[in-house]
Design a protein around this ligand. Structure first.
Ligand SMILES: Nc1ncnc2c1ncn2[C@@H]1O[C@H](COP(=O)(O)OP(=O)(O)OP(=O)(O)O)[C@@H](O)[C@H]1O
Ligand SMILES: [Mg+2]
Length: 367
């Protein structure tokens, strides 16, 4: 059970459901309350996506879905005849699995577009950066959400995550729940698997962040070029309106040169060619402090009590992403620190979930 929100009968493994009316004022989508690919999870008003499985076709369960209150079936040509028997309208498309995200986004009225959503992709640093962004957004006055490999959060209510990125229908439902709960901005970890498997289809990011690319996850992808292509898909108008890219990474430089959306670059190693860079980095075992230098003379002091030079990159990425998402504050200092002594002693993941960003000062700074 996720989130403890008002959604009725949330099924195990589902990301939470928005309340009735999520599809209101949108023509046909107003007749539907949601979409699910598991007939056991169907609620009255849902579209049942009857997908081909490795053993059985989901269309075998259309009758069960209809009895639970499904209002329509979405299936593939192989499920057409079985689905036709249950008396509901049947929509047949060649590859329904790849369309689920878009259909769900339509049913829930494009919820991600109603958030300032920041997606983070890369081989490493996704979870860390996502938490840092969430706390920066909170600091800037947003009611926030988070979708990550460790947990999902909606306005401070947390639940453990089963997948780095939920399935497409669950993800759209989660965004709809966020909108319903007054969330205005969210940070999300976007794995290359999720991109390649279409789980983020239908999602609209205000900003997409690229951290880095190395040899991990090649078990899933067919070589580095395939892996890079999966990541690069996020940096297209289909998904994102703006990009924040690490140009200390060679693939990041390639991405920045090729992206078809506006790109803002950053460099934790101090490369002045980047739009934003870190300067005067002072690192130790308990974290780093550094100066953030941005376009037009923007400067701020930043510190993060996470060890390692890579967390300077993660913190810089978070600051730039938050600014690009419009959360820039007139602050001259950004500090990330554990919000209590308990979490300061906790393992990394646990302490991050309690991370707090604080800004002080009103000196000339971010836009
Ligand atoms: N920017 C970075 N550059 C290089 N290594 C990093 C960076 N950020 C974190 N790491 C290393 O990667 C580990 C995992 O960090 P994190 O969980 O933030 O990455 P992730 O991208 O979410 O990984 P996963 O794909 O496993 O979910 C950290 O403990 C650290 O050792
Ligand atoms: Mg992660």
């Amino acid at each position: 059970m996720l989130l403890g929100l008002k959604a009725p009968q949330t099924a195990p493994g589902q990301a939470g459901r928005p309340g009735p009316g999520a599809g209101a004022d949108r023509g046909v989508s107003a007749m539907t309350s949601g979409i699910t690919h598991d007939s056991r999870w169907v609620q009255p008003g849902d579209v049942y996506a009857a997908l081909p499985g490795s053993r059985l076709h989901g269309a075998r369960f259309c009758e069960q879905a209809a009895q639970a209150g499904a209002v329509a079936i979405l299936t593939d040509p192989g499920g057409r005849d079985l689905a036709a028997g249950c008396g509901l309208p049947v929509f047949v498309v060649a590859d329904p699995r790849s369309r689920l995200g878009e259909v769900a986004a339509w049913i829930y009225r494009d919820p991600s577009a109603r958030l300032q959503l920041i997606g983070v992709t890369g081989t490493s640093g996704k979870t860390t950066t996502t938490y840092l962004i969430e706390s920066a957004l909170r600091m800037a006055g947003h009611r926030t959400g988070l979708v990550g490999g460790v947990e999902t959060r909606v306005a401070g209510i947390a639940a453990a995550s089963e997948l780095t990125t939920p399935e497409a229908t669950d993800l759209q439902a989660l965004f709809a729940v966020m909108v319903e709960r007054g969330v205005t901005a969210a940070a999300m970890e976007v794995s290359s698997h999720a991109l390649a498997l279409g789980r983020v289809a239908g999602t609209s990011y205000a900003v997409a962040v690229f951290t880095n690319l190395s040899q991990d996850h090649l078990d899933f992808h067919d070589g580095m070029d395939d892996y890079f292509a999966a990541k690069a898909a996020l940096f297209t108008p289909r998904y994102a309106r703006a990009a924040v890219v690490n140009i200390d990474d060679s693939r990041g430089r390639r991405l920045a040169a090729a992206a078809r959306i506006p790109v803002t670059t950053f460099s934790a190693s101090g490369n002045p060619a980047a739009d934003w860079h870190a300067a005067d980095v002072r690192g130790g075992t308990d974290g780093s402090s550094f100066r953030v230098v941005g376009p037009g003379g923007v400067e701020a002091d930043a510190s993060v009590t996470l060890p390692g030079p890579f967390n300077v990159a993660n913190a810089l990425a978070a600051i730039v992403a938050a600014v690009e998402a419009g959360a820039g504050t007139r602050t001259s200092r950004v500090q990330w620190r554990p919000c209590c002594a308990g979490c300061a002693r906790s393992p990394w993941a646990a302490s991050l979930s309690c991370w707090a960003a604080a800004a002080t000062g009103t000196g000339q700074s971010a836009r």
